[in-house]
Design a protein around this ligand. Structure first.
Ligand code: KG4
Ligand code: ZN
Length: 345
């Protein structure tokens, strides 16, 4: 089955064709970074206008690259995201579905990130523990089967990627902040600029706004910073975020006796996060699959793939004109968990 995916939930206009949920035939992304970087963040109105301008060309390119004439279904992100941006994708998908006479499947963006590691490993399927870490989300999820998800913990304030972006903004490093901090941190030393680790004892939730404020106070201590000191601050901040994300995810796997973990979302591209998951999961005897680096940040291949598994599980067979409303959240139920404990506690 060939599915055309369309993703316009935030600041990337993306389209992709995926075969049988696992093989990416094409994945095209038109980035809007140049429109938003003067503001160090996404401006919703600019985002929806840019989607209108580029969505058709991006879809055409994805179909051309995939060399397919016909698709069996169209998958489109219906949320969470910016309402104006979501509407551009939804209306485009509905119009195409009607003209081509194929079903349109409304797909949740977080489910797309959660299932994106399936594009790294053809044998991977639920049950598994999933960590979704992006600019808008930090969620620890138990995926029991396709479509059956329980929330274990989520951020109470800033998402992990948002913390990277805000710290980069205060240090004048540019937007988006994650890749810049990742690059600078590689040449810095965290121990020369340590920051508190926001473990949130007794909870499976996350919180990154206090850490961000700690960086702000540190940053205000001096007017001039050498390049080496800057790199150390980046390394110290990144180390705290990564230790908490990796430590809590592995603790949840121990608490639930799960041996498989998947990680998706823009922050899953972080080099320290990838190497720490690799190192510590070996010690614990669990297998961690990260989304392919090119499919960590927003893309439409993950949307087409998630729709395939939903359709196959029988949860999303739909007519070609949908009444899909933008979904501003994913409807999770909270799982009752044993208390959170770190390995060394
Ligand atoms: O998944 P995504 O494209 O958008 C959302 O769904 O939010 O994630 C974008 C986020 C941004 O906050 C960006 O700074 C972060 O992912 N990011 C990274 C890295 N690459 C992207 N954060 C840390 N390290 C990276 N290498
Ligand atoms: Zn995303």
């Amino acid at each position: 089955m060939h599915i055309l995916g369309i993703e316009t939930s935030c600041d990337e206009t993306a389209a992709a064709v995926v075969k049988d949920g696992r093989t990416v035939l094409s994945s095209t992304v038109a980035s809007q970074i140049k429109f938003h970087s003067p503001y160090s963040g996404v401006v919703p109105e600019l985002a929806s206008r840019a989607h209108v301008v580029s969505v058709n060309a991006v879809i055409e390119e994805a179909l051309k690259k995939a060399k397919v004439k016909r698709v069996d279904a169209i998958a489109v992100t219906i949320g969470p995201g910016l309402v104006g941006s979501l509407l551009v994708g939804k209306m485009t998908a509905e119009a195409m579905g009607w003209v081509r006479g194929v079903p349109v499947v409304g797909t949740n963006h977080i489910e797309g990130h959660l299932l994106s590691p399936l594009l790294s490993d053809p044998s991977l399927k639920p049950p598994f523990l999933g960590l979704v870490v992006s600019g808008g989300h930090t969620e620890l999820i138990l995926a029991e089967s396709f479509g059956r998800y329980e929330l274990l913990g989520r951020t109470r304030d800033d998402a992990a990627g948002e913390a990277f972006d805000k710290v980069a903004k205060m240090m004048n490093l540019g937007y988006p902040g994650g890749p810049v901090i990742d690059r600078l941190a590689r040449r810095g030393k965290a121990s020369r600029s340590p920051f508190p680790h926001p473990w949130l004892a007794n909870s499976w939730d996350f919180s990154f706004s206090g850490l961000k404020t700690a960086v702000l106070y540190k940053w205000r201590e001096k007017k001039r910073w050498s390049q080496r000191e800057r790199m150390d601050v980046c390394a110290g901040f990144q180390r705290s975020v990564v230790d908490v994300l990796v430590g809590k995810t592995l603790a949840a796997a121990r608490a639930l006796k799960l041996k498989r973990i998947v990680v998706g979302g823009g922050v899953a591209a972080n080099s320290l996060l990838r190497s720490e998951f690799d190192r510590l999961s070996r010690k614990q005897g669990v297998r961690v699959t990260l989304a392919p680096p090119a499919l960590c940040t927003d893309n439409a291949a993950m949307i087409a793939s998630a729709a395939h598994f939903r359709l196959r599980a029988g949860g999303a067979s739909r007519p070609h004109v949908l009444k899909i409303e933008p979904q501003l959240h994913i409807p999770f139920t909270r799982r009752k968990m044993p208390p959170f404990r770190l390995a060394h506690q």
